[in-house]
Design a protein around this ligand. Structure first.
Ligand SMILES: NC(=O)c1ccc[n+]([C@@H]2O[C@H](COP(=O)([O-])OP(=O)(O)OC[C@H]3O[C@@H](n4cnc5c(N)ncnc54)[C@H](O)[C@@H]3O)[C@@H](O)[C@H]2O)c1
Length: 403
């Protein structure tokens, strides 16, 4: 066994041991206060903090973050909140019912498994995990634990998804063979997408660096990687993990798709050659067993077409753009009497949906199962890119992830 595979094995064994026991926690009544803790409160965590504080009957009691600046920011917003630099101290608290995780991707599985092992409900940011083996373990623990798990795939709560799914179920699209999707952004020349300045207080004294590394090879404190983890494979999954996952979950749910049978991804670091590892220009093709091909394209050098999905069927077309109602057009050749439609279903608040389900114990809109399916699609695409060839589902599952 190489040092690398031994490290991976030991880490997996430690995670496995953590999920052996699920303490039962008390059942909340419809009007009971829900006491929430947060792990990782950077950019996205700050947004989720604002969202959860708007939900009535929620009390934010604790947060954990490896960086003192983030703890100080939250203390100034939420006086009296308990803060920790180690998420396990937060999970030791008896008076926490649910935990919101918005930490970097490479720590998601640890925070997921530890939270469920502590008997708490979970809202965790996408992508569900950094690797396929982690996704398998997290799905299994979500099923065994009986806890409420919501993945931060907020478009699963969109009205556009309700409408698109209904139109497809009605048969108005006929035979669907192809889905096109895309996502594009731009930045000023010389400034790469996602690159953040390092604050002057981001020093070794102010950061629990080994907790951030989370089993990655030890090295001296590196503030650039802490702040810009998104640019590096050992912590991140590139734009497939950041953005394709949202659209893939939406498409898979609308069409009720199983796991992809194969993936192909091309592209590279083309927009800004700033030392990043993850590509900024991407073309993904995913084959699905139901005779459907889904493509997703992304660039960081042009944002004209922004973000969208087109579902192409023999009898009709569905088009969906970011935060807009879904649209439907009949294919006159096969549905001559069909009418154009504009979706009318309203979006639900994704955070409110999680808290409602914490009380009712019903399934939320983005449970671990869609977190899993969308994560596998992301990892298959990235594995294809890294291996420079088409990758089948079986091959992807057999590959041992490398940091
Ligand atoms: N759903 C969405 O629309 C959406 C949008 C943006 C980001 N996200 C997701 O949110 C997550 C966080 O992204 P971000 O941009 O906020 O990153 P960020 O770097 O701004 O925040 C991450 C925070 O986690 C802390 N942290 C790092 N390691 C930790 C550990 N081991 N324990 C506790 N805290 C730790 C960092 O100090 C930081 O404050 C990512 O998974 C990202 O994909 C989701």
């Amino acid at each position: 066994m190489t040092d690398q595979s031994r490290r991976t094995f030991l880490k997996q064994a430690a995670i496995g041991a953590a999920v052996l026991a699920y303490p039962s926690s008390s059942v909340l009544g419809a009007n009971d206060r829900v006491r929430v803790g947060m792990i990782g409160v950077g950019d996205r965590g700050g947004e989720l903090l604002n969202e959860v504080r708007k939900v009535s009957g929620v009390e934010l009691v604790a947060m954990a973050d490896v960086y003192s600046r983030r703890r100080d920011e939250v203390k100034s917003k939420v006086p009296g909140i308990q803060t920790f630099d180690d998420h396990r101290r937060l999970l030791d608290m008896k008076d926490v019912d649910g935990v919101i995780v918005a930490s970097p991707l490479h720590t998601h599985a640890r925070h997921f498994l530890d939270t469920l092992a502590a008997g708490k409900d979970l809202y965790t940011e996408k992508t569900m995990t950094w690797s396929i083996p982690e996704a398998e373990r997290c799905l299994a623990s979500a099923k065994d634990s009986g806890r409420i798990v919501q993945i931060g795939l907020q478009y699963q709560s969109s009205g556009a998804l309700v409408d698109a799914k209904q139109w497809i179920e009605n048969g108005w699209l006929g035979k669907i063979t192809s889905v096109e999707s895309w996502m594009s952004r731009n930045t000023p020349h010389g400034k790469g997408q996602w690159v953040r300045p390092v604050p002057s207080d981001c020093t070794a004294q102010n950061v629990n660096w080994s907790a951030f590394l989370n089993g990655r090879p030890e090295r001296p404190f590196d503030p650039f990687r802490l702040i810009n983890w998104r640019l590096f494979w050992e912590f991140a999954g590139g734009n497939c993990a950041e953005n394709m996952v949202h659209q893939m979950a939406w498409i898979m749910t609308a069409l009720d798709l199983p796991l992809p049978s194969a993936a192909y991804m091309s592209g590279g670091v083309f927009s800004e050659k700033d030392g990043r590892e993850v590509p900024d220009t991407i073309a993904v093709t995913l084959d699905f067993p139901k005779d459907i091909v889904v493509t997703w394209q992304s660039t960081f050098s042009n944002k004209h077409y922004e973000l969208g999905d087109r579902i192409l069927g023999s009898d009709g077309t569905v088009e969906h753009h970011f935060d807009e109602p879904a649209r439907y057009w009949p294919e006159k050749v096969n549905r001559p009497d069909g009418a154009e439609m504009r979706g009318t279903s309203h979006d639900q608040d994704h955070m409110q949906n999680w808290i409602d389900c914490v009380r009712s114990r019903e399934q939320p809109n983005a449970p671990a199962e869609i977190g899993y399916r969308s994560a596998i699609a992301v990892h298959m695409a990235n594995l294809s890119y890294k291996n420079k060839r088409r990758i089948t589902l079986e091959e992807a599952k057999a590959i041992t992830p490398e940091f």
